[in-house]
Design a protein around this ligand. Structure first.
Ligand SMILES: CC(C)[C@H](C(=O)O)[C@@H](O)C(=O)O
Ligand code: SF4
Length: 474
């Protein structure tokens, strides 16, 4: 019988297999950041071990980094210690680190792909749940805990239990104005935040094949929000074109050999998935969340749901609690929800295409009175690219704040936070209680919806902007 893409990548990495035990897998790329690495390095130190494969290990600073005044000492003591610890560990063990201020610094899941480190068929791990992002290249990529980080540092292997496979087949073509973010939010709303548990998701079908690499990363990024540890997409010409010429991509004959291997990385016709979900792309529209988990979402044209409409008691209770926390009324149109803050950034939607999409809509318009808009590139390189295209000026002219790269407002580990009761439209991936700051209320949206919302001051789609004035000459 044929094999799925996940099974092929898995089989190619098994270094030891024994009946009744997890497989021991070789790890091709280990990414590190400041939050989940300190205890792992401590463990190495205590046992007198070295990093086994420095050539496959790379660190960057992202969660605790400020996005303003990055040349000044870090004010917050917790963040300062966190970053200093990573710097000390990287220096002591010889790990390549891109610290704040370095041109390759940025959110770990933006940096790996942009350097060409993330490649098809690889096993990629990081002490971070959104490592699933890298599966967009057709590898197995998943978040690991700190003790596993230590294991990989010491051995470059990891014992793992083989997951089940689920196909998410998206037929047709996404309608105009509907993005990868809308698609993944709709998928999570459909299968639920636990729907992917125990599975590796493979996104496939004509709608997926048409997506750019950046859009594919947005989708794989949020696999974890559906409960799956990993999501993947078979590599194709789009993947090869994205990688060719990147710093760490293979060159010359090595490139040809790599592409020949990568072309074998697809699910065989006769392979069987353990589960399959089918989505018709044509039925989708801009999607936003109204609740406090990424599965509590609905089309922007809908109303806030009535908790009483849920048959399942626990879902009903979750919806009631969510509406209370979010300060929303059942039946209220989603478009009527006013926001205080708009955040464009994160490893979900902080890449150049995301910034371009938001800038295109913002250009010549103004951020609504009383709304603050933060635009934060996912990496320093993305920031430089945006500046070279004049996007920073577009944002600033509209009244938005243009910042330095980092996780920023995606989570409250740095100064970019919501105040209690404040509401945001955010292109990030989690809307849990307090995620963007204590008492903050988050609506997950695409960069396009974020831009339209910033201009109109309430949750809105790009189509709603047709009535909003654009300054003459643009
Ligand atoms: C801090 C880190 C461990 C965490 C994760 O694992 O994803 C963070 O990146 C997040 O997005 O919540
Ligand atoms: S941008 Fe957000 S989701 Fe991504 S690694 Fe940082 S905190 Fe996690």
């Amino acid at each position: 019988m044929g094999r799925t893409l996940a099974e092929k990548v898995w089989d190619d990495h098994v270094v030891r297999r024994a009946e009744g035990e997890p497989d021991l897998l070789f790890i091709d790329l280990h990414l590190l950041h400041e939050v989940t690495s300190p205890q792992a390095f401590d463990g190495l130190r205590k046992s007198g071990r070295q990093v086994r494969r420095l050539d496959l290990t790379i660190a960057t600073e992202d969660h605790n980094t400020p996005t303003l005044d990055i040349d000044k000492p870090i004010a917050d003591p917790v963040s300062r210690v966190q970053l200093e610890t990573l710097r000390k560990n990287a220096a002591e063990f010889g790990v390549r680190l891109h610290p704040l201020g370095d041109v390759e610094q940025g959110v770990v899941h933006v940096v790996g792909p942009q350097l060409g480190l993330t490649q098809p068929g690889m096993t990629v791990v990081c002490g971070d749940s959104h490592t699933s992002t890298h599966g967009a290249f057709g590898g197995l990529a998943f978040g690991i805990g700190t003790s596993q980080v230590e294991h990989v540092l010491a051995t470059q292997t990891l014992p793992l239990v083989r997951p089940k496979t689920m196909a998410i087949t998206v037929n047709g073509e996404l309608p105009e104005g509907v993005t990868a973010k809308d698609l993944i939010l709709a998928i999570i709303a459909k299968i639920g935040t636990g729907g992917g548990q125990g599975y590796v998701l493979e996104y496939r079908g004509s709608a997926i094949e048409k997506l750019s690499m950046e859009a594919r990363m947005t989708i794989c990024n949020m696999s974890i929000e559906a409960g799956a540890r990993a999501g993947m997409i078979a590599p194709d010409q789009t993947t090869f074109d994205y990688l060719e010429g990147r710093v760490h991509a293979p060159k010359g004959e090595d490139w040809d050999a790599a592409v020949a291997y990568w072309k074998t990385l697809k699910t065989d016709e006769d392979a069987e998935f353990d589960a399959e979900v089918v989505i018709e792309a044509a039925e989708l529209s801009p999607f936003v969340t109204w609740g406090t988990n990424p599965g509590q979402g609905a089309p922007l044209s809908a109303d806030v749901p009535d908790p009483a409409s849920y048959e399942d008691a626990s879902e009903r209770l979750a919806a009631e609690k969510a509406l209370e926390y979010m300060g929303l009324e059942a039946g209220q149109p989603l478009r009527s929800i006013k926001v205080d803050t708009v955040f464009v950034g994160s490893c979900t939607n902080g890449r150049i295409e995301d910034l371009r999409a938001a800038a295109e809509l913002i250009k010549g318009r103004k951020v609504a009175d009383g709304v603050r808009m933060l635009v934060v590139p996912g990496s320093a390189r993305v920031g430089l690219q945006a500046v070279s295209e004049g996007l920073d000026v577009v944002f600033k002219d509209a009244g938005a704040e243009w910042r330095h790269a980092g996780c920023s407002m995606c989570l409250g580990m740095n100064p970019d936070q919501l105040a209690p009761g404040e509401r945001s439209a955010s292109t990030s991936n989690r809307n849990f209680e307090g995620r963007q700051g204590k008492g903050g209320r988050t609506h997950l949206v695409s960069p396009q919806v974020a831009a339209a919302t910033a201009v109109l001051g309430h949750l809105a789609s790009p189509a709603d902007l047709s009535d909003a004035p654009v300054a003459a000459g643009v």
